[in-house]
Design a protein around this ligand. Structure first.
Ligand code: SAM
Length: 399
């Protein structure tokens, strides 16, 4: 059976949890610190619906050595055996390594040796795409069509213990489509924070937890802001969406963004519904039709610098109260098994994270926090260098 090898983005734990959530823990084997193997055919893996995976590849083989010279010899010997069977045309070729003891110069030398071997064996012109690091970036793979076999060929070498997985890229994240969705939507607001579309996809996939969720199921975001999660849900698989926010201006922003999305993307007949509502008390009208909740909650005041302890205490208390009441309100309107993923604030202060204290009382509030087999919940915090407020991803199932 063909297997899929995936490479995760900047925070591999988030990508791994997302894949585990969608495909099930037993179908996924983490490899090295960068990726995983999924027991599904690469043709069935849709890279556009996951936010934490940057490359998807067809697994070719597992090599029982990690020495770069031996790996290099292997590629020089085997790549021409493969290229001689494909149709005519110029081969676009590149190599990316993950976790291996090698460097950019050595990789480039190997790529040029492969080029020479291919030219000798089937007289085929070859263009090598040079790496700037030990791996090609998503942009390089995308722009040079390296994820389009057979004439586009990026080979991935991923170290796992004493062996190396060799795979050929068949999909790369469409960074241009993400940027277009993020920047071209009419309403943005730096004050409510800019949720990256990729992170919105991860939150959604952790909430959905089921690849076979049906078109027409409703996803609710009770803190919808400018509507990034609603937007990604509608693109992803034609989910109907329902958004509420305490701020009427935000509801207007979401409306404008979703109208724009329907004009510019193929969304079909899926509806969106938006209302002003306080998540701590609102009665959502169609709660029994809601499949799951996916949201980035209220994150409290943004901080450019570490706040003094008193200010931090006040902000954390305030945010905590809202979360507690929100979770109580949802618990009243849902039944056993209802699932949600909420991105809540975690404050990075003096080298470690301070968590929302409500998270210590989830059972009393009527929820079990889901844990993952391959990822520790502690590592599910989206955070960029220099940021004070990170977003902790919490998956909850109603008891
Ligand atoms: C971090 S933002 C969410 C941003 C959103 N993910 C987006 O795509 O723009 C949090 C949102 O929660 C809203 N909010 C704050 N307190 C609320 C409450 N009690 N009920 C509902 N919404 C609330 C704010 O107005 C803000 O739009």
């Amino acid at each position: 059976m063909n297997k899929t090898l995936v490479i995760f983005g900047r925070q591999p734990a988030l990508g791994l949890a997302e894949i585990e959530s969608l495909y099930g823990a037993d179908t996924v084997t983490p490899i090295g610190n960068h990726g995983a193997i999924i027991d599904i055919d690469p043709n069935q893996f849709d890279i556009n619906r996951v936010g934490g995976t940057v490359k998807a590849a067809k697994l070719l083989t597992q090599l029982e050595f990690t020495d770069w010279q031996k790996l290099s010899d292997y590629l020089v010997e085997h790549v021409p055996k493969h290229t001689c069977c494909i149709g005519p045309g110029k081969l676009l070729f590149g190599i990316s390594t993950y976790g291996l003891q090698t460097n950019q110069k050595a990789i480039e030398r190997t790529a040029l040796s492969v080029k020479k071997a291919v030219r000798q064996s089937d007289m085929r012109p070859v263009r090598v795409i040079p790496t700037k690091a030990t791996e090609l970036s998503s942009a390089q793979v995308l722009h040079n069509k390296l994820a389009q076999p057979p004439l586009g060929m990026e080979l991935l070498l991923v170290q796992h213990g004493d062996s190396v997985y060799l795979a050929q890229t068949v999909g790369v994240q469409d960074i241009e489509a993400y940027a277009a969705r993020d920047q071209a939507r009419p309403k943005r607001d730096a004050r409510v924070g800019m949720l990256p579309p990729k992170l919105a996809q991860i939150i959604l996939n952790l909430a959905i937890g089921d690849l076979d969720a049906h078109i027409g199921e409703v996803i609710l975001d009770p803190f919808c802001g400018t509507g990034v999660i609603l937007q990604e849900a509608q693109i992803m698989k034609g989910f109907d969406v329902y958004g509420t926010d305490i701020d009427p201006r935000m509801v207007e922003y979401s409306k404008a963004n979703l109208e724009w999305l329907h004009q510019t993307h193929q969304i079909g007949t899926n509806y969106f519904r938006l209302e002003v509502g306080d998540a701590t008390s609102y009665q959502w009208d169609i709660m029994n039709a809601v499949f799951c909740i996916a949201c980035e909650t209220y994150l409290g005041r943004p901080f450019a610098h570490t706040p003094d302890p008193e200010t931090l205490h006040l902000v954390m208390n305030d945010v905590n109260t809202i979360h507690k009441k929100f979770l109580q309100n949802v618990a009243k309107q849902t039944s056993k098994g209802f699932r949600m993923c909420i991105a809540v604030p975690a404050w990075f202060i003096n080298g470690s994270f301070k968590h929302l204290s409500t998270l210590d009382h989830l059972e009393e509030l009527g929820y079990n926090r889901l844990s993952f087999k391959h990822v520790d919940n502690k590592s599910l915090i989206y955070h960029r260098e220099g940021q004070i407020v990170g977003r902790e991803l919490v998956v909850l199932v109603r008891k």
